[in-house]
Design a protein around this ligand. Structure first.
Ligand code: DSN
Length: 443
């Protein structure tokens, strides 16, 4: 090898980094100097997240380490393909990162195969449908108003137009139970290719074995979208559909899992190839390597014993908050919760719709979201309820005692929403209370 080249390669070896370490805040400082408008908006959001109680059940505060990976120079790199099989050069580190994310996902969830590239929740589910279905094929999925997701066949979604989604419902008067005899009958009549369970507003756990029986009776693939409870399944505090023999499990990584905005598709080894090809090149181009690095970090955290304690506390907090809200006169859809979330029928409880309730709670620095309830007579932008959950508040260190205070503030505000003085007082109390609970990545 010529002398010059040898010298270059030793200069650039990983044991002798030739880049300077950038001081932690230098990039923020540059943003402040060069784009004060964007900087100010980010600062505003930081302050909002610190000042109030975050109860949207699909949100969380991620780890500082995830923020570091997600904001890294990995955003510069194109990496179409999979580790060891890329289309562009320079993949030494991206391959290492993606392999780490895959191995950790397999370990955390007990999965035979993991794809970590789908950009977020919607493409993740689309990739699964497109892997197994032809246009017009049938999927059995949960009705949107009973807790299903937009990508589970809502008529306004592209997937709802491309495939035939047949909806099943729950019995809100009977703890949200699903009638599996009826589901079996529907499956035998409609011959779905996929039997899908999963939710965004279903406050209960599933019996995955029953879904599997239905799917097996018609030779369908079993698919569970556990986006909301991904962290709780990872920690082993809620049932894992893979343990019941499910074929495909999808989850976003930014909800109870506390990672970056991304997703995982977990599946049996026999589906690895069809799933990987469906994500790339079927649906997407270059994966977001900064996100994949941040997913690897979050999955590393999920393997630690502290994460199980966190997940257990999320559930305890949800039970405590649900119990207090019910004691204070709130009507909870299905009568309670088995997971991290609850849905309140605000029309029945307080005589106001979900949009009004969301605005009232916003005004006292408690963030929730308006929510349709089963077979809601009201439209989605003015539905009959709100949805709330405990992952984010638990991340800040709040426990059952704090949940009781939050339940009291919420019901006082919703019952006496015309009393501006009372609302002002609650807001001050909430904001003073929040100062005691640090936000990871900010405090
Ligand atoms: N937007 C997410 C949720 O809040 O459940 C799912 O897409």
């Amino acid at each position: 090898m010529p002398e010059k080249k040898q010298k270059q390669s030793s200069e650039h070896s990983s044991s002798q980094p030739f880049i300077r370490e950038i001081p932690e805040n230098a990039n923020r400082e540059r943003l402040l100097q060069n784009d004060p408008d964007v900087f100010a908006a980010i600062r505003g959001e930081e302050e909002r997240e610190r000042r109030g109680i975050e109860l949207i059940p699909s949100e969380n505060y991620t780890y500082p380490e995830v923020l570091a990976a997600n904001g890294s120079i990995l955003t510069n790199k194109y990496a179409e393909g999979y580790p060891g099989r890329r289309y562009y050069g320079g993949q030494e580190f991206t391959d290492r990162i993606e392999r780490l994310a895959i191995e950790r996902a397999q370990k955390v969830f007990g999965a035979e195969h993991a794809n970590v590239q789908a950009l977020s929740g919607s493409p993740m589910n689309q990739a699964v449908y497109l892997a197994f279905l032809k246009p017009g094929d049938t999927v059995l999925g949960m009705d949107l108003s009973h807790g299903g997701h937009l990508t589970h066949g809502a008529p306004v979604s592209h997937m709802g137009k491309l495939f035939t989604f047949v909806r099943y419902k729950t019995d809100p008067e009977n703890a949200g139970k699903i009638d599996f005899d009826a589901l079996m009958k529907t499956a035998l009549e409609t011959k779905p290719k996929i039997v899908l369970c999963g939710y965004t507003s279903y406050p209960r756990d599933y019996d995955y074995e029953d879904f599997k029986k239905v799917a097996d009776a018609v030779g369908a693939i079993t698919m569970a979208d556990i986006s909301h409870i991904g962290g709780l399944v990872a920690a082993g505090v809620m049932s894992n559909p893979l343990a019941s023999g499910f074929d495909i499990v999808t989850t976003t990584t930014h909800k109870s899992l506390r990672g970056p905005r991304g997703s995982l598709i977990l599946c049996k080894a026999k589906y690895a190839d069809v799933i990987d090809k469906s994500v790339f090149p079927g649906l997407q181009g270059g994966p977001h390597m900064q996100t994949i690095a941040a997913i690897a970090v979050a999955l590393g955290k999920a393997l630690a014993p502290e994460f199980k304690q966190y997940a257990e506390q999320v559930l305890k907090n949800a039970r405590a908050l649900a119990a207090r809200l019910a004691e204070n006169g709130a009507t909870l859809i299905t009568g309670g919760t088995d997971n991290h979330m609850m849905v309140i029928d605000t029309v029945k409880s307080f005589g106001i719709d979900g949009k009004q309730a969301e605005i009232i709670l916003d005004s006292v620095s408690i963030t929730t979201n308006k929510q349709i309830i089963p077979d809601d007579p009201n439209p989605p932008l003015r539905p009959s309820g709100i949805r709330l959950g405990t992952p984010a508040a638990t991340t800040r260190g709040m426990k059952e005692e704090e949940m009781i205070r939050i339940g009291d503030w919420m019901t006082a505000a919703l019952k006496h929403f015309r009393d501006d003085r009372l609302l002002g007082g609650i807001r001050r109390d909430v904001e003073a209370f929040c100062r005691r609970y640090p936000v990871p990545g900010l405090d």
